[in-house]
Design a protein around this ligand. Structure first.
Ligand code: ASP
Ligand code: MG
Length: 410
């Protein structure tokens, strides 16, 4: 008998009929002799609706009240799922984050889980009850409702699995697993059977939307095996797990792209201590995360500095940077909103050379100019003109031979 944690995302619980399907799958897992803890998201679209309501009400809703509001989406789905299971003859019980409790810090809208009480869950499981937990939410030490950031139910599920030392954490979603790239761009993209935590972390933070990045950090920290699979069929999905030797034989595991960034260049800033700090401190004070940064060598005592920020923060960032640029005596500021970041990811890069140069060659052969480059041990990212995104993804996918094996020409 195993302890299974299953998480169902918004599309999987998007209607009463779909919740019934989820209940059948949960019941089957239980009937197979497992203890089952289910974590659910709000019905698809519901959290967005709640967010718009808050923004309609006032320009700057307090984050505490915002969390009280957006946490309600999951209260609907836990109760519906528990009712459905009961009507099928099973013992089931729903729990809000505060009832478990899932204790978090007080950083509203992006709280971090600190501790999970497992006493009630263990007692319920012992008497054969199926537990249904609200994802995305927790409670701080003062009893305030908190939420974990958009997509946070993944993190709730992995954290519950870690706390209970579950045998597996299954994340049910509307795709079959993690793909070598976006199948909407490359129909031959292959499902990845097994991927390491580090690769998945890079893929998630670089734009693959299947798992919340924080859930992968959690899984890695506590060694939770995460199985990402579809709630609409029985196909095996992708296992996110510890790195093993097989994984290193693959040069590149996946290709991701991100069109949600924009680029800002500050021209001819004086090349002296304190300049980078003068530029970036106001940005971080404004809560803007800077991603790639490039600074040129200076030939005449001044240098150009280029960096990327999320597209949503572009206007705010530009205004801040223009002010600082004047103060520090830079020659001017350029910007470009139409960029894309294309990345290749694979633990095999650690032990193989030539991967970066191959990426550059492939892009050059298509006449695609590389504007910025950044690398880590297991990733290479290039910023290019956004209009070449699809082309770049396709040619790289082909060059690194990532297509499904059965249809690849021999
Ligand atoms: N309902 C929340 C959201 O839409 C949490 C989740 O779905 O994981 O972000
Ligand atoms: Mg999600």
């Amino acid at each position: 008998m195993a302890l299974v944690v299953q998480k169902y995302g918004g599309t999987s619980v998007g209607s009463v009929e779909r919740i019934r399907n989820v209940a059948r799958r949960v019941a089957k897992t239980y009937d197979d002799g497992n203890d089952v803890v289910v974590v659910v998201s709000a019905m698809s679209g519901e959290t967005n609706k709640l967010v718009s309501l808050a923004n309609e009400m006032c320009d700057f809703p307090s984050e505490r009240e915002f969390d009280v509001l957006v946490a309600t989406g999951e209260q609907v789905t836990i109760s519906l799922l528990a009712m459905c299971l009961q009507s099928m003859g099973y013992q089931a019980k729903s729990y809000l984050g505060s009832q478990i409790p899932i204790i978090t810090d007080s950083d509203f809208t992006r709280a971090r889980i600190e501790r999970i009480g497992d006493k009630k869950i263990r007692e319920d499981l012992k008497n054969g009850t199926i537990i249904v937990v609200a994802g995305f939410q927790g409670v701080d030490r003062d009893g305030n409702v908190t939420t974990l950031g958009r997509g946070g139910s993944d993190t709730s599920a992995v954290a519950v699995a870690a706390a209970l030392k579950a045998d597996v954490c299954e994340i049910f979603t509307d795709v079959d697993g993690v793909y070598t790239t976006d199948p909407r761009i490359v129909p031959e993209a292959a499902k990845i059977e097994k991927i390491s935590y580090d690769e998945m972390l890079e893929m998630a933070s670089l734009g693959a939307k299947v798992l919340q990045t924080r859930s992968v950090e959690f899984a890695k920290k506590y060694g939770v095996d995460v199985h990402v699979r579809s709630s609409f069929n029985d196909n095996p999905g992708t296992l996110v797990t510890k790195e093993d030797e097989d994984m290193e034989t693959v040069l590149v595991s996946g290709i991701t792209y991100n069109k949600d960034e924009s680029k800002i260049s500050v021209l001819r800033v004086p090349d002296k201590p304190g300049i980078a700090s003068a530029l970036f401190s106001p940005l971080s004070a404004a809560g803007i995360t800077v991603d790639m940064i490039i600074q040129n060598v200076s030939t005449d005592g001044s240098t150009d500095l280029t960096f990327t920020v999320p597209r949503g923060d572009f206007k705010k960032a530009l205004k801040t940077v223009e002010e600082t640029a004047r103060e520090i005596g830079a020659a001017g500021v350029n910007s470009d909103e139409h960029i894309a970041k294309i990345s290749i990811v694979g633990v095999g890069m650690r032990s193989h050379s030539g991967v970066a140069s191959k990426m550059f060659q492939v892009l050059a052969a298509e006449g695609i100019n590389i504007q910025m480059i950044s690398t880590s041990e297991i990733k290479i990212s290039c910023v290019i003109d956004a209009k070449y995104t699809e082309l770049a993804v396709r040619v790289l996918h082909e060059a690194f031979e990532l297509a499904k094996k059965d249809i690849k020409a021999e």
